[in-house]
Ligand binder design. Structure first.
Ligand code: RFL
Ligand code: PHB
Length: 391
């Protein structure tokens, strides 16, 4: 099999890249090791930055998002019984975010690709990326039990943190930057209308909690739990009781309970692999970097990477110049490190480390007070949360 761009992985990065290349008239093949249902149902991100929304729309993948996505003009910070709303457009010159789940983004992009785009193979596991340092990189893969090889001009590794692409960068050239956290998130989906119309990020002495949503009738809620916690060790009533404690306010706000339909625990990690490019291999999304979910940045970063690659390849075709391809890693890493910084800071602001000292607790409260009382501090948060521009 032969194509211009071999794409490993059909998460949001790989699927959007295939769509962007298709609209630019560049052919690609996507290899995805899992089946379609798995990719469409894996519960993950919920928040799209304005820039991500604009990209999906321009790619012709925004119709259902525009109908069903929920535009949010604020988030609430909650601590010590207090509530503080951050007005996103007022602080950023009009920017907001959209609640539209990653599952739905993937469903929309898969449907478009199967209808109009190039091959998208499910159950196709890439075994390696070979000859990345040459003009003819290759991807050996297994599809429905048969061995095959995809020959390409370029390979984009969109295969997430556990994928094979990153391993094709020689160890002598690779550098990784990493932090693991001593806690994770227990996430639940519940069939109940969200108890607030905007997201609530809560800092509590017992740990962080987040109220989010998937639709006007489905809530998505998270609790900070110790690293390594088994989701099944938390009973449903116990989860609701703990959420109530951590979201408790001094006013008459209440948390509505409902049937929990899914629960799982996500570990938290910050991770960057440099460089993001080796020869004809380009890494994009979680394959190259991971952020803790507190800043809602992972999917949006993946979008930034593939937009940067697609633009660079179109530029190469139109002008013959490889300048933008050569600038890929530098361009992406600028945004990546800003998102790493913000995600780390939001995590530190709102989570309680198991060994937190009273001094650190007071600092957290002082930081929250600062955001609530200084427009500059609040605008700094709002700018990063709504996203750094793609250009
Ligand atoms: P993905 O989504 O992991 O997709 C990689 C795909 O590659 C496939 N694959 C292979 N295919 C072929 N051959 C191989 N050898 C392969 N190895 C792997 C995998 O099966 C998979 O389908 O990476 P991608 O596309 O880079 O997308 C990244 C995002 O999924 C991720 O950053 C976000 O979900 C992070 N994230 C959030 N991001 C946001 O922007 N906003 C949020 O609100 C947000 N919330 C979250 C999150 C992530 C979470 N978890 C579970 C980590 C909330 C949570 C709880
Ligand atoms: C989500 O809805 O899954 C979500 C929202 C905001 C975050 C992380 C996850 O910061």
């Amino acid at each position: 099999m032969r194509t211009t761009v071999g794409i490993v992985g059909a998460g949001p990065a790989g699927l959007l890249l295939a769509r962007l290349l298709h609209t630019a008239g560049i052919d690609s093949v996507v290899l995805e090791s899992r089946d379609r249902a798995y990719v469409e149902q894996r519960q993950r991100a919920g928040i799209l930055e304005q820039g991500t929304v604009d990209v999906l729309r321009a790619a012709g993948a925004g119709a259902r998002m525009d109908r069903e996505g929920l535009r949010h003009d604020g988030i609430e910070l909650r601590w010590a019984g207090r509530r503080h709303r951050v007005d996103l457009p007022a602080l950023t010159g009009g920017r907001s975010v959209t609640v539209y789940a990653q599952t739905e983004v993937c469903k929309d992009l898969i449907a478009l690709q199967l209808e109009e785009g190039g091959p998208l193979l499910f159950g196709a596991e890439a075994l390696a990326v070979e000859d990345a340092g040459t003009a003819r990189p290759r991807i050996p893969f297994r599809h429905q039990g048969r061995a095959d090889v995809l020959e390409c001009d370029y390979v984009v590794g969109c295969d997430g943190f556990w994928g094979v692409s990153r391993k094709a960068v020689p160890a002598a050239l690779s550098r990784t930057f990493e932090r693991t956290y001593p806690f994770g998130w227990l996430g639940v989906l519940a069939d109940v209308a969200p108890s607030h119309d905007e997201l609530v990020y809560a800092r509590h002495d017992r740990g962080f909690a987040l109220l989010s949503m998937r639709s006007p009738s489905v809530s998505r809620l998270y609790l900070q739990v110790p690293a390594g916690t088994d989701a099944e060790s938390w009973g449903d009533d116990e989860i609701w009781a703990e959420l109530e404690r951590r979201f408790a306010t001094d006013d008459d706000w209440t948390l509505e309970r409902g049937p929990i339909t899914q629960k799982s625990v996500t570990p938290m990690r910050s991770f960057v692999h440099e460089p993001m490019r080796h020869g004809r291999l380009f890494l994009a999304g979680d394959a190259a970097h991971i952020v803790p979910p507190t800043g809602a940045k992972g999917l949006n970063l993946a979008v930034g990477d593939v937009v940067t690659f697609a633009r660079a390849l179109v530029h190469r075709r139109e002008t013959g110049s490889a300048d933008l391809l050569d600038a890929y890693a530098r361009t992406c890493l600028g945004r990546v490190w800003q998102a790493e910084r913000f995600s780390h800071d939001m995590t530190a602001l709102l989570h309680r480390a198991p060994d937190a000292t009273p001094f650190e607790d007071r600092l957290q409260l002082a930081r929250l007070e600062r955001i609530a009382s200084s427009r500059a501090a609040e605008a700094d948060l709002a700018e990063a949360y709504t996203g750094f521009p793609l250009d």
